[in-house]
Design a protein around this ligand. Structure first.
Ligand code: ADP
Ligand code: ADP
Length: 228
C-alpha cells in the first residue's frame, strides 16, 4: 500500500531530512509518526503524496511508483490520497460546501452526484447544517472537520494528516480523533504526524518514531515515547 525502500531526501540547502527510510504500511492501518521538531516527520509524509521528490530510493503508494511518476500524473495519485494540515488550508472566500465540492468538481462528476457526496461527507463530520457558511465563520475544530471532509470526499485509500490537532484545544482534538477513527474503521489508511502525546498514549496504534531523518522505532500499539 505505502512502501519505502532506502529513501533519501536532501533539500537544495544540503539538509538531509530523510536518510535511508524503509517502511511498509498496509491498507487499513492507523500509523502515528512522532519525533522531535526537525526530525523529518513532515518530509516523510510529503514524500508519500509527492509534495517532495525523493533524492534516492523507491516509494510506491497504491501501486504507483512515485520515483518514476511524471509531474503531470501527480493529480491522479492525489485522488487516492487525502491530505489534512495543521492550519486547515481551506479556501477562505468560498463556502464550506464549495470547499468540499471542489475536489470532486475538478474530476468532472455530475452535479447531482457531487451534491450527494458532499452532503453525506459533511454529515459524517457533523457539519451538514453549516454547508452554507464561510470557513471564517467556523471555530478551529469545525474548520478542521471541513478539511477532513474535503480530504475524504473522493473516498481515498489513504488519509495523510500533518499535525491535525496542532492548532486545536484538547476537547476539539478528541473530536477530530473520533472522526479519524471512524474513517479508519471504514478501511482507510491513516498516517498522522503528531506531537500530541495524550492522544498517542490513549488511542493506541502503530507508532513510527523519526529522529535525524531515520526511523528509530516502529512498534504496533506503541506509546509516544517522548516527554512532550
Ligand atoms: P519535522 O516535520 O519532524 O519537524 P521536517 O521534515 O519539517 O521535520 O524537517 C526536517 C529537516 O529538513 C529540518 O532540518 C528542516 O529544517 C529541513 N527542511 C524541511 N523542509 C525543507 C525545505 N523545503 N528546504 C530545506 N530544508 C528543509
Ligand atoms: P466548538 O463548538 O467547536 O468548541 P466554538 O465554541 O468555538 O466551537 O464556537 C461555537 C459556535 O460559534 C460555532 O458553531 C461556530 O460556528 C461559531 N463561531 C466560532 N467562532 C466564530 C467566529 N470567529 N465567527 C463566527 N462564528 C463563530
Amino acid at each position: 500500500m505505502i512502501e519505502m525502500q532506502d529513501v533519501y531526501k536532501t533539500y537544495s540547502n544540503g539538509v538531509t531530512a530523510a536518510s535511508g527510510l524503509t517502511v511498509k504500511i498496509d491498507q487499513g492501518e492507523f500509523v502515528y509518526v512522532v519525533g522531535p521538531s526537525g526530525a523529518g516527520k513532515s518530509t516523510f509524509i510529503k514524500l508519500m503524496y509527492r509534495e517532495e521528490k525523493a533524492t534516492k530510493g523507491m516509494i510506491t503508494v497504491n501501486g504507483i511508483n512515485l520515483s518514476t511518476l511524471k509531474n503531470s500524473k501527480v493529480p491522479l495519485l492525489r485522488r487516492n490520497i487525502g491530505v489534512v494540515f495543521q492550519d486547515f488550508k481551506l479556501l477562505p472566500n468560498i463556502t464550506v460546501y464549495e470547499n468540499v465540492a471542489f475536489a470532486l468538481e475538478v474530476i468532472e462528476e455530475q452535479p447531482a452526484a457531487i451534491k450527494k457526496k458532499v452532503m453525506e461527507t459533511l454529515d459524517l463530520v457533523g457539519l451538514k447544517h453549516k454547508a452554507r457558511m464561510l470557513p471564517t465563520e467556523l471555530s478551529g475544530g469545525e474548520q478542521q472537520r471541513v478539511a477532513i471532509a474535503r480530504s475524504i470526499v473522493n473516498s481515498p485509500k489513504v488519509v495523510i494528516a500533518d499535525e491535525p490537532t496542532g492548532n486545536l484545544d484538547p476537547d476539539t482534538s478528541w473530536e477530530i480523533m473520533n472522526i479519524l477513527a471512524e474513517i479508519n474503521l471504514r478501511g482507510t489508511t491513516i498516517v498522522m504526524a503528531t506531537h500530541n502525546k495524550e492522544v498517542v498514549n490513549t488511542i493506541t496504534h502503530r507508532v513510527i518514531a523519526i529522529e535525524g531523518g531515520k526511523i528509530v522505532r516502529d512498534v504496533q500499539k506503541g506509546d509516544y515515547g517522548y516527554e512532550s
